[in-house]
Design a protein around this ligand. Sequence first.
Ligand code: TXA
Ligand code: MG
Length: 349
Amino acid sequence: MPAKRTSAQDESHIREAALVLRAGGIVAFPTETVYGLGADAFNAVAVAKVFEAKRRPSFDPLIVHVADPKDTVRLWREVPPAAQKLMDAFWPGPLTLVLPKKDELPGIVTADLDTVAVRMPRNDAALALIRALGSPIAAPSANVFGYTSATSADAVMEDLGDKIDIVLDGGPAAIGVESTVLKIEQGRAVLLRPGGTPVEEIKKYISVDVPAASAAVESPGQTPSHYAPWTPFVASELDYPDIQKQLERLHKLFAEKEKPWPRIGILLFGERKESPLFANMECLSAKKNLNEAAAHLFGAIRKLDKMNLDLIVAENVPEKGLGLAIRDRLSKAAAGKRAVDSFFDNLLQ
Ligand code: TXA
Ligand code: MG
C-alpha cells in the first residue's frame, strides 16, 4: 500500500503520525535540511525497519532528533562545555553533535558505536512530532541509500512511497543540504560532514579540525559514493565559460567523426545560458547565492536524472559558506563515475 501523504501543518496529522511511531511504525517528516525517515529511537525493531526501507547498511549510524536540548540526557553520558556552547548557539538548527552514548539507547541506532549523533531540527512539524511521541526520533535522510536526498514530499514518495506508512508533507526543505556533523572529543571539534551550518560560523565559538577530503573520516556513513543520480555525473572544477569551451572542442571532434552528440544536462551554479550543447539546464541560483543554491541542489539533480540524459555536468561552486557542503555532495554524487574525458573518449571510439 502506498504511504498516506498528509499535511505537516495539521496538528491532527502530527498526532496520527506520532501514534504510528508509538506503535513501532516508520514515518517520513520534514526538517529544515532534508526530509527524514523516522522511528522511535528507543524501539530497536522500529529502527530496523528504517534500515530495511531505505536499504541502508547496518554499519551506518543514524542521527537522533530531539525537541529540547535537555532531552539529550537520555542519549549522551554527559554534555561537555564545548557541546553546550554550540547547542546554545546553533540549536534548533542544522548542527549534529557526536558524543559518547548512554547504554539504554539501542545499539542498532548507532551501528554499535560508543557514540551517538544528536540534533534538534529547526522545523515546527518535526519538533511537534517528537513532542507528540514523547521520545527522540532516530532518522536518516528519507531517500534510498546512496541516492540523492529528498527535499520534498514528492521526492520521498518516489523513493519510499511503497515502503512506509505516512509521509508528512511540510513543503520544500528550507536549507536543502543535510546538517553539519561534528564530533566533540576532549574539548575539540572534528568536522565529520560539512552541512547546513557553515564551518566559518562554528569557528566563531570553537576551533574546528577539518580533515582533508582524502583523509579517512571517522564517520561510517561517509562512504565515497553518495547522493548519486543514476545518470553519469561529473562535478567540474571549471566555471561555465570554461566548461562550454571544453565541450565546444569535443563537439567539433564529434562532428568530424560523424558521431552523434550525447544528451548532456548541466547543473549551473549561476544564471541560465542557452546553448545547443546542452539538452537540459538546471540553475541553482541566478544570483549565485549559496544558500539558494543549496535549497535547490537535490531537487535539480533529481529533475535532471529523469530527463534521460547521457551525462550531467555540474558547474564549479565556491568553497565557502554552504558551498563547502554543496561541493561535498557534488563530489560524492560523482564518485565512482567516469571523468568527462574518459566519458567522451569512450563515445568517440
Ligand atoms: O540534516 C540531517 O542531518 C538529516 C535530517 C533528516 O536530520 N539526516 C541525515 O541523516 O542526513 P543521514 O543518516 O543521511 O546521515 C547521518 C550521518 C552519516 O554520515 C553518519 O555516518 C553520521 O551522520 N553519523 C551518525 N552517527 C554517527 C556517529 N555516532 N559517529 C560518527 N558519525 C555518525
Ligand atoms: Mg543520507
